[in-house]
Design a protein around this ligand. Structure first.
Ligand SMILES: Cc1ncc(C[n+]2csc(CCOP(=O)(O)OP(=O)(O)O)c2C)c(N)n1
Length: 579
């Protein structure tokens, strides 16, 4: 066969890819956009306004990054956050000064609590006007200081590019988190040469990536000796892409695994070693396993109060190994016996060859017995049970689907009844518990993972906190499926009122004031469906997955009084669990 000589394409010069680089000097707005190109940013979630018009003017003709126009800055932030969680890359958000910047606050706190790398750009009044109560001036640096990993106010255009480089570095390294860059109007308009640094060197910021070898060896020994060990795995495992290594170690060592809400997806829930989620709404057997364990191996988790309940009764018989990149997380709530500071993936890779199969046969027999005698269950009825809807979403959509949930009962039903198999398939606001997060996060996830099915599970209350983003989903022609578990209540609060406040349902009923969700989304040009009977659940989902180039919203009229169980009442211990 004649050899076809492939014509080698000349790699495109940077200036060809980005015509702005042909200019000798750039404005601050141009510097910002060139810096984002250098960082490989493909989407900026934003909303325009006075002081950032120059940036919007420059991004107008740029193909990459693409600006996604949201309908509220909070929505933009949650999209950037959802994008980061789904892709593993930092999310980017751009808004103007004053009320736009303050509209970001809930989202920034959401990312901060869950250690999500998002870089926020806010406009600011001119440097000469700062401190004068100028129009749309707020001290967003001061406001967000406790909820950002770091923040910057830019004073000179020459500082912009190095600061952006540093911001991305800080957001994505060590324990990841949100960073904010406040850009005064005059900085965006002044000019300088564009030079993007190759490297970052920040004295005093050198996150420890590699765990201490002796500690790792010791941990492997302790794991081999334990008779009732259990892995307690959190979101840090997913953030450091350590799920594959963790799974291999657990299987090799024959150690069961329970995950936190944010850790779901880091270990396949169809594996016999999986115990599902632990904590306040965790499975009976996960909580009991931790209660009876002689060794807890915490990986990328932080002994959060929703997991531990009554602190001094948590894992009362166990020693603790704790792997975390953030030294401040170690021994914060519970005294740890074997601390290992380092990136979860690095540590898991080092520990893997040292791991020996533990003698856990008896322990696994006991766990099997618990699973049989205390399975996850719910009562079937003719109506639409939320748990049934969640099971069917998994069945119809499959293991690769990315599921975002909102906050409340819908979040806990999703966490318990959807069997997460793969990493980065579950996205939710864990630490802050931000209602209104789930739906916009799904938009960000869908843009991050084109070709992957994205489903959002929300409550009728939470959905109404950011439902204006239906317009964004429609404008981006996203095939997101939004399942509204509509119980006409602020369900989780109603559940607490039922159990702990004598059934006094003070201000939790939404039924009579809820909009017709089908007509609401159709007004935006999306597709709406309603499901009122059990037998309609699967056909509706099957129809939804066939819809192209538009989001679908299914108003599931679920059993109104259904509660989330198991539940450990607040401040109580594992043995107080209600099934
Ligand atoms: C922004 C915000 N406000 C208030 C709360 C407190 N809260 C937690 S769950 C919940 C009820 C959620 O109701 P809904 O969205 O309908 O979901 P459901 O619990 O019924 O599934 C409320 C009000 C919160 N988590 N976030």
């Amino acid at each position: 066969m004649p050899r076809v000589r492939e014509r080698k394409q000349k790699p495109k010069r940077k200036a060809e890819l980005n015509p702005l680089l042909a200019k000798k000097v750039l404005t601050g707005s141009e510097v910002m956009i060139c810096s984002l190109i250098e960082e490989g940013v493909d989407f900026v979630f934003g909303y325009p306004g006075g002081v950032v018009i120059p940036v919007f003017d420059k991004i107008y003709n740029v193909a990459n990054p693409k600006l996604v126009l949201c309908r509220h800055e909070q929505g933009a932030q949650h999209m950037a956050d959802g994008y980061a969680r789904a892709s593993g890359k930092p999310g980017v958000c751009l808004v103007t000064s004053g009320p736009a910047a303050t509209n970001l606050v809930t989202g920034i706190a959401t990312s901060f609590m869950d250690s999500i790398p998002v870089v926020h750009f806010t406009g600011q009044v001119a440097t000469t006007a700062i401190g004068n109560d100028a129009f749309q001036e707020v001290d967003i640096i001061g406001i967000t200081r406790p909820i950002t990993k770091h923040s910057y106010l830019i004073n000179r255009v020459e500082d912009l590019a190095p600061t952006i480089k540093e911001a991305f570095f800080i957001a994505t390294t060590g324990r990841p988190g949100p960073v904010l860059i406040d850009m005064p109007k005059d900085v965006l308009l002044s000019e300088c040469k564009f030079e993007y640094p190759d490297q970052v060197d920040i004295p005093g910021y050198k996150p420890t990536r590699h765990g201490h070898v002796q500690q790792i060896k010791k941990a492997a020994e302790v794991m081999a000796q334990a008779r009732r060990p259990v892995f307690y795995v959190g979101g840090g495992t997913l953030l450091s892409n350590a799920a594959a290594e963790l799974t291999e170690i657990a299987r090799k060592a024959k150690i069961p695994v329970t995950t936190t809400l944010l850790g779901l997806g880091s270990f396949p829930e169809n594996d016999p070693l999986s115990l599902g989620m632990l904590g306040m709404h965790g499975t009976w057997y996960a909580n009991m396993a931790v209660n009876e364990a002689d060794l807890v191996i915490a990986v990328g988790s932080r002994y959060d109060d929703r997991v531990t309940g009554k602190l001094d009764a948590f894992a009362p018989k166990a020693e603790h190994i704790h792997v975390d990149v953030d030294p401040a997380s170690i021994s914060k709530n519970i005294k740890v016996d074997y601390p290992i500071v380092g990136d979860c993936r690095n540590v898991m890779q080092k520990i893997l060859p040292m791991v020996k199969p533990s003698d856990t046969a008896e322990w696994m027999k006991l766990i099997e017995h618990w699973k049989e005698t205390h399975p996850l269950k719910y009562k079937e009825s003719e109506g639409v049970k939320p748990q049934y809807v969640i099971e069917k979403i998994h069945e119809v959509c499959g293991d690769d689907t990315v599921v975002t949930s909102d906050v409340g009962q819908n979040q806990m039903w999703t966490a318990l009844h959807y069997k997460f198999i793969k990493p980065r398939t579950h996205i939710t606001s864990g630490g802050l518990g931000t209602m209104g997060f789930g739906f916009p996060a799904a938009i960000g996830a869908a843009l991050a993972r084109p070709g992957t099915r994205v489903v959002s599970v929300v409550g009728d209350g939470g959905f109404q906190m950011t439902s204006q983003e239906v317009a964004t989903a429609v404008s981006q022609r996203l095939e997101v499926i939004v399942c509204i578990l509509n119980n006409g209540f602020l369900g989780m609060v109603r559940q607490w009122q039922e159990l702990f406040f004598g059934k006094r349902y003070s201000h939790t009923c939404l039924e009579y004031t809820n909009p017709d969700f089908v007509r609401l989304v159709e007004a935006y040009g999306a597709k709406g469906m309603r499901v009122t009977k059990r037998e309609e659940v699967v056909p509706a989902l099957q129809a939804a997955v066939k819809v192209r180039k538009t989001p679908v919203f299914i108003d599931f009229r679920i059993d109104r009084h259904e509660n989330v169980f198991p539940m450990i009442p607040p401040g109580k211990m594992a043995t107080d669990i209600i099934e």
